[in-house]
Design a protein around this ligand. Structure first.
Ligand code: ADP
Ligand code: GN1
Ligand code: MG
Length: 369
Protein backbone atom coordinates (compact mmCIF):
# COMPACT_ATOMS: atom_id res chain seq x y z
CA UNK A 1 0.00 0.00 0.00
CA UNK A 2 3.03 2.11 0.64
CA UNK A 3 1.43 5.33 1.91
CA UNK A 4 2.81 7.36 4.76
CA UNK A 5 0.64 7.26 7.86
CA UNK A 6 0.63 11.06 8.00
CA UNK A 7 -0.86 11.15 4.52
CA UNK A 8 -3.57 8.65 5.50
CA UNK A 9 -4.37 10.68 8.63
CA UNK A 10 -4.66 13.85 6.58
CA UNK A 11 -7.05 12.14 4.13
CA UNK A 12 -9.14 10.53 6.90
CA UNK A 13 -9.50 13.89 8.64
CA UNK A 14 -11.21 15.33 5.59
CA UNK A 15 -14.18 13.14 6.49
CA UNK A 16 -16.71 13.76 9.22
CA UNK A 17 -15.15 11.37 11.73
CA UNK A 18 -14.61 11.87 15.48
CA UNK A 19 -12.00 14.60 15.93
CA UNK A 20 -9.34 12.70 17.90
CA UNK A 21 -7.77 10.28 15.43
CA UNK A 22 -5.55 7.72 17.15
CA UNK A 23 -4.39 5.32 14.45
CA UNK A 24 -4.69 4.20 10.84
CA UNK A 25 -3.56 0.69 9.88
CA UNK A 26 -3.97 -1.55 6.79
CA UNK A 27 -6.94 -3.88 7.10
CA UNK A 28 -8.59 -6.87 5.38
CA UNK A 29 -7.75 -9.11 2.43
CA UNK A 30 -9.62 -7.59 -0.49
CA UNK A 31 -8.07 -7.98 -3.95
CA UNK A 32 -9.12 -4.59 -5.29
CA UNK A 33 -9.23 -1.57 -2.99
CA UNK A 34 -6.69 -0.41 -0.36
CA UNK A 35 -8.44 -0.72 2.98
CA UNK A 36 -7.44 0.84 6.32
CA UNK A 37 -8.88 0.74 9.81
CA UNK A 38 -9.13 4.16 11.43
CA UNK A 39 -9.43 4.38 15.22
CA UNK A 40 -10.70 7.55 16.87
CA UNK A 41 -11.47 8.60 20.39
CA UNK A 42 -14.87 10.25 20.81
CA UNK A 43 -15.39 13.14 23.26
CA UNK A 44 -17.22 10.81 25.64
CA UNK A 45 -14.03 8.73 25.80
CA UNK A 46 -15.29 5.74 23.82
CA UNK A 47 -13.48 4.39 20.75
CA UNK A 48 -15.10 4.82 17.34
CA UNK A 49 -13.70 3.01 14.30
CA UNK A 50 -14.02 3.55 10.58
CA UNK A 51 -12.93 1.98 7.32
CA UNK A 52 -10.92 4.27 5.06
CA UNK A 53 -10.62 3.03 1.48
CA UNK A 54 -8.74 4.08 -1.57
CA UNK A 55 -11.03 3.08 -4.40
CA UNK A 56 -9.18 1.35 -7.20
CA UNK A 57 -9.84 3.71 -10.08
CA UNK A 58 -7.99 1.49 -12.57
CA UNK A 59 -10.72 -1.07 -11.92
CA UNK A 60 -13.59 1.36 -11.29
CA UNK A 61 -13.13 3.95 -13.99
CA UNK A 62 -16.02 6.13 -12.79
CA UNK A 63 -15.59 6.60 -9.01
CA UNK A 64 -18.27 9.31 -8.98
CA UNK A 65 -20.84 6.96 -10.52
CA UNK A 66 -19.66 4.22 -8.19
CA UNK A 67 -20.27 6.38 -5.12
CA UNK A 68 -23.68 7.41 -6.47
CA UNK A 69 -24.55 3.71 -6.55
CA UNK A 70 -23.20 3.15 -3.05
CA UNK A 71 -24.99 6.14 -1.49
CA UNK A 72 -28.23 5.25 -3.33
CA UNK A 73 -28.17 1.59 -2.35
CA UNK A 74 -27.12 2.18 1.27
CA UNK A 75 -29.82 4.85 1.79
CA UNK A 76 -32.42 2.48 0.29
CA UNK A 77 -31.30 -0.41 2.51
CA UNK A 78 -31.17 1.76 5.62
CA UNK A 79 -34.75 2.91 5.06
CA UNK A 80 -35.96 -0.69 4.68
CA UNK A 81 -33.99 -1.82 7.72
CA UNK A 82 -35.51 0.98 9.83
CA UNK A 83 -39.00 0.12 8.59
CA UNK A 84 -38.41 -3.49 9.68
CA UNK A 85 -37.27 -2.32 13.13
CA UNK A 86 -33.57 -3.04 12.52
CA UNK A 87 -30.42 -1.06 13.33
CA UNK A 88 -29.58 0.85 10.13
CA UNK A 89 -26.18 1.92 11.49
CA UNK A 90 -25.07 -1.67 11.68
CA UNK A 91 -27.08 -3.70 9.21
CA UNK A 92 -26.11 -1.63 6.17
CA UNK A 93 -22.93 0.16 5.23
CA UNK A 94 -22.90 3.81 6.39
CA UNK A 95 -21.03 6.27 4.21
CA UNK A 96 -19.31 8.99 6.26
CA UNK A 97 -19.41 12.24 4.26
CA UNK A 98 -16.61 14.75 3.84
CA UNK A 99 -16.66 17.63 6.31
CA UNK A 100 -17.13 19.94 3.34
CA UNK A 101 -19.93 17.69 1.97
CA UNK A 102 -19.82 14.92 -0.63
CA UNK A 103 -19.28 11.19 -0.35
CA UNK A 104 -15.67 10.85 -1.57
CA UNK A 105 -12.39 12.72 -1.73
CA UNK A 106 -10.15 13.14 -4.76
CA UNK A 107 -6.48 13.62 -3.91
CA UNK A 108 -4.21 15.77 -6.05
CA UNK A 109 -2.44 12.58 -7.20
CA UNK A 110 -5.74 11.43 -8.78
CA UNK A 111 -6.63 8.81 -6.14
CA UNK A 112 -10.18 8.49 -4.77
CA UNK A 113 -11.07 7.92 -1.12
CA UNK A 114 -14.12 7.16 1.03
CA UNK A 115 -14.94 6.33 4.64
CA UNK A 116 -17.48 3.88 6.10
CA UNK A 117 -18.54 3.35 9.67
CA UNK A 118 -16.79 0.17 10.89
CA UNK A 119 -19.25 -2.64 11.57
CA UNK A 120 -18.38 -3.53 15.17
CA UNK A 121 -18.77 -6.87 16.95
CA UNK A 122 -18.76 -8.73 13.67
CA UNK A 123 -16.28 -10.85 11.70
CA UNK A 124 -15.61 -11.38 8.02
CA UNK A 125 -14.00 -14.69 7.12
CA UNK A 126 -11.59 -15.74 4.39
CA UNK A 127 -12.46 -19.42 4.87
CA UNK A 128 -15.48 -21.24 6.24
CA UNK A 129 -14.57 -22.21 9.79
CA UNK A 130 -18.03 -23.30 10.89
CA UNK A 131 -20.64 -24.58 8.40
CA UNK A 132 -23.32 -22.50 10.13
CA UNK A 133 -21.40 -19.33 9.23
CA UNK A 134 -21.64 -20.26 5.58
CA UNK A 135 -25.35 -20.96 5.97
CA UNK A 136 -25.90 -17.58 7.65
CA UNK A 137 -23.96 -15.82 4.89
CA UNK A 138 -26.28 -17.48 2.36
CA UNK A 139 -29.40 -16.28 4.16
CA UNK A 140 -27.97 -12.75 4.30
CA UNK A 141 -26.86 -12.61 0.66
CA UNK A 142 -30.24 -14.01 -0.44
CA UNK A 143 -32.04 -11.49 1.76
CA UNK A 144 -29.86 -8.66 0.41
CA UNK A 145 -31.07 -9.44 -3.07
CA UNK A 146 -34.65 -9.69 -1.88
CA UNK A 147 -34.37 -6.26 -0.22
CA UNK A 148 -33.16 -4.78 -3.51
CA UNK A 149 -36.02 -6.35 -5.49
CA UNK A 150 -37.74 -2.99 -5.97
CA UNK A 151 -34.59 -0.84 -6.24
CA UNK A 152 -34.75 1.36 -9.36
CA UNK A 153 -32.27 -0.63 -11.44
CA UNK A 154 -32.19 2.00 -14.21
CA UNK A 155 -30.59 4.48 -11.77
CA UNK A 156 -27.53 2.25 -11.25
CA UNK A 157 -24.27 2.97 -13.06
CA UNK A 158 -22.57 -0.07 -14.54
CA UNK A 159 -19.41 0.28 -12.44
CA UNK A 160 -17.59 -2.40 -14.43
CA UNK A 161 -19.22 -2.97 -17.80
CA UNK A 162 -19.91 -6.63 -18.63
CA UNK A 163 -18.71 -7.67 -15.18
CA UNK A 164 -20.26 -11.15 -15.25
CA UNK A 165 -20.72 -11.34 -19.00
CA UNK A 166 -18.91 -14.66 -19.34
CA UNK A 167 -18.91 -14.42 -23.14
CA UNK A 168 -17.12 -11.08 -22.95
CA UNK A 169 -14.72 -12.52 -20.37
CA UNK A 170 -14.00 -15.38 -22.78
CA UNK A 171 -13.26 -12.94 -25.61
CA UNK A 172 -10.90 -10.94 -23.39
CA UNK A 173 -9.20 -14.14 -22.32
CA UNK A 174 -8.64 -15.18 -25.94
CA UNK A 175 -7.26 -11.73 -26.74
CA UNK A 176 -4.84 -12.04 -23.84
CA UNK A 177 -3.68 -15.47 -25.07
CA UNK A 178 -3.22 -14.06 -28.57
CA UNK A 179 -1.32 -10.96 -27.42
CA UNK A 180 0.74 -12.88 -24.83
CA UNK A 181 2.06 -9.53 -23.62
CA UNK A 182 3.92 -10.98 -20.62
CA UNK A 183 5.31 -13.93 -22.60
CA UNK A 184 3.64 -16.49 -20.34
CA UNK A 185 1.22 -18.32 -22.64
CA UNK A 186 3.56 -21.21 -23.49
CA UNK A 187 3.89 -22.00 -19.81
CA UNK A 188 0.12 -22.33 -19.21
CA UNK A 189 -1.03 -24.36 -22.21
CA UNK A 190 -2.94 -26.80 -20.05
CA UNK A 191 -4.89 -24.04 -18.31
CA UNK A 192 -5.65 -22.35 -21.64
CA UNK A 193 -6.95 -25.63 -23.02
CA UNK A 194 -9.11 -26.09 -19.91
CA UNK A 195 -11.03 -22.95 -20.86
CA UNK A 196 -11.21 -23.76 -24.56
CA UNK A 197 -12.73 -27.17 -23.73
CA UNK A 198 -15.54 -25.33 -21.94
CA UNK A 199 -16.20 -22.51 -24.37
CA UNK A 200 -19.82 -23.52 -24.88
CA UNK A 201 -20.52 -23.29 -21.15
CA UNK A 202 -19.57 -19.61 -21.21
CA UNK A 203 -22.69 -18.83 -23.23
CA UNK A 204 -25.29 -20.56 -21.07
CA UNK A 205 -26.29 -17.86 -18.56
CA UNK A 206 -25.80 -14.93 -20.94
CA UNK A 207 -28.10 -16.61 -23.46
CA UNK A 208 -30.74 -17.32 -20.82
CA UNK A 209 -30.68 -13.70 -19.64
CA UNK A 210 -30.88 -12.44 -23.22
CA UNK A 211 -33.88 -14.65 -24.02
CA UNK A 212 -35.61 -13.74 -20.75
CA UNK A 213 -35.56 -17.34 -19.52
CA UNK A 214 -34.04 -16.06 -16.29
CA UNK A 215 -34.70 -12.53 -14.96
CA UNK A 216 -32.32 -9.63 -14.64
CA UNK A 217 -32.24 -8.48 -11.01
CA UNK A 218 -30.29 -6.02 -8.89
CA UNK A 219 -27.49 -8.19 -7.53
CA UNK A 220 -24.32 -7.81 -5.48
CA UNK A 221 -22.04 -9.61 -7.93
CA UNK A 222 -19.14 -10.19 -5.51
CA UNK A 223 -20.57 -12.42 -2.82
CA UNK A 224 -17.48 -14.03 -1.39
CA UNK A 225 -17.52 -14.82 2.27
CA UNK A 226 -15.24 -11.94 3.25
CA UNK A 227 -17.79 -9.51 1.82
CA UNK A 228 -20.23 -10.15 4.63
CA UNK A 229 -19.97 -9.29 8.31
CA UNK A 230 -21.26 -11.99 10.68
CA UNK A 231 -22.40 -10.92 14.12
CA UNK A 232 -20.00 -12.21 16.79
CA UNK A 233 -22.81 -12.96 19.25
CA UNK A 234 -25.63 -14.31 17.12
CA UNK A 235 -23.58 -15.66 14.18
CA UNK A 236 -26.11 -14.05 11.80
CA UNK A 237 -25.05 -12.27 8.63
CA UNK A 238 -25.44 -8.74 9.93
CA UNK A 239 -24.19 -6.57 7.08
CA UNK A 240 -23.36 -7.11 3.41
CA UNK A 241 -20.31 -5.03 2.47
CA UNK A 242 -18.23 -4.30 -0.67
CA UNK A 243 -21.09 -2.78 -2.65
CA UNK A 244 -18.89 -1.59 -5.54
CA UNK A 245 -20.37 -4.05 -8.01
CA UNK A 246 -24.06 -3.78 -7.12
CA UNK A 247 -25.53 -3.74 -10.61
CA UNK A 248 -28.19 -5.49 -12.65
CA UNK A 249 -27.24 -9.16 -12.88
CA UNK A 250 -28.50 -12.66 -12.20
CA UNK A 251 -29.26 -14.31 -8.85
CA UNK A 252 -27.11 -17.13 -10.17
CA UNK A 253 -24.06 -14.85 -10.11
CA UNK A 254 -24.49 -14.15 -6.40
CA UNK A 255 -25.24 -17.75 -5.54
CA UNK A 256 -22.46 -19.07 -7.77
CA UNK A 257 -19.74 -16.75 -6.56
CA UNK A 258 -20.41 -17.71 -2.94
CA UNK A 259 -20.17 -21.42 -3.75
CA UNK A 260 -16.98 -20.81 -5.74
CA UNK A 261 -15.27 -19.31 -2.71
CA UNK A 262 -16.93 -20.80 0.37
CA UNK A 263 -17.77 -24.38 -0.65
CA UNK A 264 -14.19 -24.94 -1.76
CA UNK A 265 -12.36 -27.19 0.72
CA UNK A 266 -9.17 -25.24 0.03
CA UNK A 267 -8.28 -21.58 -0.11
CA UNK A 268 -8.54 -19.54 -3.29
CA UNK A 269 -4.74 -19.47 -3.67
CA UNK A 270 -3.90 -22.96 -2.35
CA UNK A 271 -0.87 -24.46 -4.12
CA UNK A 272 -1.66 -28.05 -3.19
CA UNK A 273 -4.51 -28.88 -5.54
CA UNK A 274 -5.26 -32.15 -3.74
CA UNK A 275 -6.85 -29.92 -1.09
CA UNK A 276 -9.33 -28.44 -3.56
CA UNK A 277 -12.83 -29.85 -3.95
CA UNK A 278 -16.45 -28.81 -3.82
CA UNK A 279 -17.78 -29.74 -0.39
CA UNK A 280 -21.28 -31.02 -1.07
CA UNK A 281 -22.43 -30.50 2.50
CA UNK A 282 -21.47 -26.84 2.29
CA UNK A 283 -23.02 -26.68 -1.17
CA UNK A 284 -26.30 -28.04 0.24
CA UNK A 285 -26.21 -25.69 3.24
CA UNK A 286 -25.59 -22.62 1.12
CA UNK A 287 -28.33 -23.65 -1.32
CA UNK A 288 -30.82 -23.96 1.54
CA UNK A 289 -29.82 -20.62 3.08
CA UNK A 290 -29.80 -18.69 -0.18
CA UNK A 291 -33.21 -19.97 -1.29
CA UNK A 292 -34.63 -19.12 2.15
CA UNK A 293 -32.99 -15.69 2.13
CA UNK A 294 -34.47 -14.94 -1.30
CA UNK A 295 -37.87 -15.52 0.34
CA UNK A 296 -39.59 -17.31 -2.52
CA UNK A 297 -38.44 -14.88 -5.19
CA UNK A 298 -36.31 -17.32 -7.21
CA UNK A 299 -38.04 -18.83 -10.23
CA UNK A 300 -38.09 -22.57 -10.87
CA UNK A 301 -35.69 -22.08 -13.76
CA UNK A 302 -33.25 -20.16 -11.55
CA UNK A 303 -33.31 -22.91 -8.94
CA UNK A 304 -32.75 -25.54 -11.62
CA UNK A 305 -29.75 -23.57 -12.89
CA UNK A 306 -28.04 -23.11 -9.49
CA UNK A 307 -25.36 -25.77 -10.14
CA UNK A 308 -24.62 -24.09 -13.46
CA UNK A 309 -24.32 -20.73 -11.67
CA UNK A 310 -21.76 -22.25 -9.31
CA UNK A 311 -19.76 -23.85 -12.10
CA UNK A 312 -19.80 -20.81 -14.36
CA UNK A 313 -18.84 -18.29 -11.71
CA UNK A 314 -15.91 -20.54 -10.81
CA UNK A 315 -14.87 -21.03 -14.42
CA UNK A 316 -15.22 -17.30 -15.10
CA UNK A 317 -13.16 -16.33 -12.06
CA UNK A 318 -10.43 -18.82 -12.99
CA UNK A 319 -10.43 -17.38 -16.50
CA UNK A 320 -10.13 -13.85 -15.06
CA UNK A 321 -7.15 -14.87 -12.90
CA UNK A 322 -5.53 -16.53 -15.92
CA UNK A 323 -6.20 -13.48 -18.12
CA UNK A 324 -4.57 -11.26 -15.51
CA UNK A 325 -1.60 -13.62 -15.28
CA UNK A 326 -1.20 -13.54 -19.07
CA UNK A 327 -1.42 -9.74 -19.07
CA UNK A 328 1.23 -9.33 -16.37
CA UNK A 329 -0.88 -9.05 -13.17
CA UNK A 330 -2.34 -5.58 -13.45
CA UNK A 331 -5.87 -6.20 -12.09
CA UNK A 332 -5.88 -8.36 -8.93
CA UNK A 333 -3.47 -7.59 -6.10
CA UNK A 334 -0.81 -10.28 -5.93
CA UNK A 335 1.48 -11.14 -3.03
CA UNK A 336 3.84 -13.53 -4.85
CA UNK A 337 4.97 -13.94 -8.48
CA UNK A 338 2.60 -16.72 -9.57
CA UNK A 339 -0.27 -15.77 -7.32
CA UNK A 340 -2.80 -15.34 -10.12
CA UNK A 341 -1.76 -18.63 -11.70
CA UNK A 342 -2.19 -20.43 -8.39
CA UNK A 343 -5.62 -18.83 -8.01
CA UNK A 344 -6.56 -19.85 -11.54
CA UNK A 345 -5.56 -23.45 -10.85
CA UNK A 346 -7.71 -23.73 -7.72
CA UNK A 347 -10.71 -22.42 -9.65
CA UNK A 348 -10.23 -24.91 -12.46
CA UNK A 349 -9.72 -27.78 -10.01
CA UNK A 350 -12.98 -26.73 -8.35
CA UNK A 351 -14.76 -26.68 -11.75
CA UNK A 352 -13.44 -30.15 -12.54
CA UNK A 353 -14.63 -31.46 -9.18
CA UNK A 354 -18.08 -29.93 -9.73
CA UNK A 355 -18.28 -31.65 -13.10
CA UNK A 356 -17.49 -34.96 -11.39
CA UNK A 357 -20.20 -34.29 -8.80
CA UNK A 358 -22.74 -32.81 -11.21
CA UNK A 359 -25.49 -35.39 -10.63
CA UNK A 360 -25.28 -34.95 -6.85
CA UNK A 361 -25.35 -31.17 -7.12
CA UNK A 362 -28.46 -31.35 -9.25
CA UNK A 363 -30.09 -33.76 -6.85
CA UNK A 364 -29.49 -31.36 -3.93
CA UNK A 365 -31.04 -28.48 -5.84
CA UNK A 366 -34.03 -30.48 -7.15
CA UNK A 367 -35.15 -30.90 -3.58
CA UNK A 368 -36.27 -27.23 -3.72
CA UNK A 369 -38.33 -27.44 -6.91
P1 ADP B 1 -12.18 -5.03 -1.60
O1 ADP B 1 -13.05 -4.48 -2.68
O2 ADP B 1 -10.75 -4.73 -1.81
O3 ADP B 1 -12.46 -6.48 -1.39
P2 ADP B 1 -13.76 -4.54 0.81
O4 ADP B 1 -14.74 -3.40 0.78
O5 ADP B 1 -14.33 -5.89 0.66
O6 ADP B 1 -12.62 -4.25 -0.27
O7 ADP B 1 -12.96 -4.42 2.18
C1 ADP B 1 -11.91 -5.31 2.50
C2 ADP B 1 -12.14 -5.94 3.86
O8 ADP B 1 -12.24 -4.89 4.86
C3 ADP B 1 -13.43 -6.73 3.99
O9 ADP B 1 -13.28 -8.07 3.58
C4 ADP B 1 -13.73 -6.61 5.49
O10 ADP B 1 -12.98 -7.54 6.24
C5 ADP B 1 -13.21 -5.21 5.84
N1 ADP B 1 -14.30 -4.20 5.83
C6 ADP B 1 -14.68 -3.44 4.76
N2 ADP B 1 -15.67 -2.59 5.11
C7 ADP B 1 -15.93 -2.80 6.43
C8 ADP B 1 -16.82 -2.21 7.39
N3 ADP B 1 -17.65 -1.23 7.06
N4 ADP B 1 -16.79 -2.68 8.67
C9 ADP B 1 -15.94 -3.68 9.01
N5 ADP B 1 -15.07 -4.25 8.17
C10 ADP B 1 -15.05 -3.84 6.89
C1 GN1 C 1 -12.34 -9.46 -6.24
O1 GN1 C 1 -12.86 -7.07 -4.23
P1 GN1 C 1 -12.84 -8.48 -3.78
O2 GN1 C 1 -11.53 -8.95 -3.28
O3 GN1 C 1 -13.99 -8.72 -2.82
C2 GN1 C 1 -13.13 -9.24 -7.51
C3 GN1 C 1 -14.19 -10.34 -7.66
C4 GN1 C 1 -13.51 -11.70 -7.67
C5 GN1 C 1 -12.68 -11.84 -6.40
C6 GN1 C 1 -11.89 -13.12 -6.40
C7 GN1 C 1 -14.34 -5.79 -8.40
O4 GN1 C 1 -13.20 -9.35 -5.12
O5 GN1 C 1 -14.91 -10.17 -8.86
O6 GN1 C 1 -14.47 -12.73 -7.74
O7 GN1 C 1 -11.75 -10.74 -6.26
N1 GN1 C 1 -13.77 -7.93 -7.48
C8 GN1 C 1 -13.71 -7.12 -8.56
O8 GN1 C 1 -11.46 -13.37 -5.11
O9 GN1 C 1 -13.18 -7.44 -9.62
MG1 MG D 1 -14.15 -7.41 -0.75
Amino acid sequence: MGREKSELVRIAERFDIEKKLEDVVPHGNGHINDTYLVTCQAEAGNTVRYILQRMNHEVFKDPKGLMENVTGVTAFLQKKIRENGGDAQREALNVIPLREGGSYWKEDDGTFWRVYRFVEDADSFDVVKRPEDFYESAVAFGHFQKLLEDYPAESLHETIPNFHNTIDRLHNFKKAVEADSAGRAAQVKEEIQFVLDREKDCYVLCDMLASGEIPLRVTHNDTKLNNIMLDKKTGKGICVIDLDTVMPGSALYDYGDSIRFGANTGEEDEKDLSKISCDLELFALYTKGFIEGCGGSLTEKEIRMLPMGAKLMTLECGMRFLTDYLEGDHYFKIHRPEHNLDRCRTQFAMVKDMEDKWAQMQEIVEHYL
